[in-house]
Write a protein that binds this ligand. Sequence first.
Ligand SMILES: N=C(N)NCCCC(=O)O
Ligand SMILES: [Zn+2]
Ligand SMILES: [Zn+2]
Length: 312
Amino acid sequence: MTIGPVDATRVPRYAGDATFARLPRLADVPDADALIWGVPFDTGVSYRPGARFGPGHVRQSSRLLRPYNPALDAEPFAVRQVADAGDVGVNPFDIAEAVATIEAAATDLAGTRRRLITIGGDHTIALPLLRVQHRRHGPIAVLHFDAHLDTWDTYFGAAHTHGTPFRRASEEGLVDEEHSVHVGIRGPLYSRLDLDESERLGFTAVHARDFARASIDDIINRVRARLADRPVYVSVDIDVLDPGFAPGTGTPEAGGLSSRELLEVLRGLAGLNVVGADVVEVAPAYDHAEITGIAAAHVVYELLSVLPQEER
Ligand SMILES: N=C(N)NCCCC(=O)O
Ligand SMILES: [Zn+2]
Ligand SMILES: [Zn+2]
């Protein structure tokens, strides 16, 4: 038996602590197979700040989630123990120190077998999270949902920013270069070389405009063929969604995915070896009516729903 969320038929959803989905805290369970935790860090942003408030906002927006997922016939909180591990305290004034702190905290939390779903924070945090996965699994098939490539080199000379984590990860050998893919890419680039560079670093791309022509099943097939049977890390930048579906983010780009499209592609990952995930770039100051927070909460819920069953 797992300890699940607070029962919403007994305690109204709006009452009490906002852990993710009203799940127990890590300290309140004997052990956990999967953890939701927050990394409130946004010193790596190039435009609108505020993703440091993402974890609290996504938790607040997750109060309405229910235990049964009909789309996958799944009970994500019953088949494994899921707990909320709270937030890590990171230095907002020193990016290198923050990256090291995140790596150490993720290593501790993951232990030898727990799967981590991390709520950001800006996209800088994907680098230390991928280092932890690489130590456990070797090169990782990265499934990266984003409007942006995030394979740029530096900003103002800074190597660790939210536009550069996947270049650093590829340079460090963390990325399985035969099995990684961006989904949702769109918008103006600095140069046509940006796309070539991203391919050289190991990423193919499903562009946002492909969703206008291909079916969701075609897209899922393309993604699954690329990921094959490798350990998969899923990094979801909420700006992969159209600004109409996710206004609360720092670098919005027109012409993105609908929430329905993103959730369907995530459901299409069932059966793959998803070893961990993050959901980043939720900046509540630009959100309205929790639109972005609710989308992010559902993304986390679908990710939990496709995690492989643990052997306990
Ligand atoms: N990772 C996110 N959300 N954005 C990267 C944008 C980098 C730029 O300002 O060109
Ligand atoms: Zn982005
Ligand atoms: Zn990003």
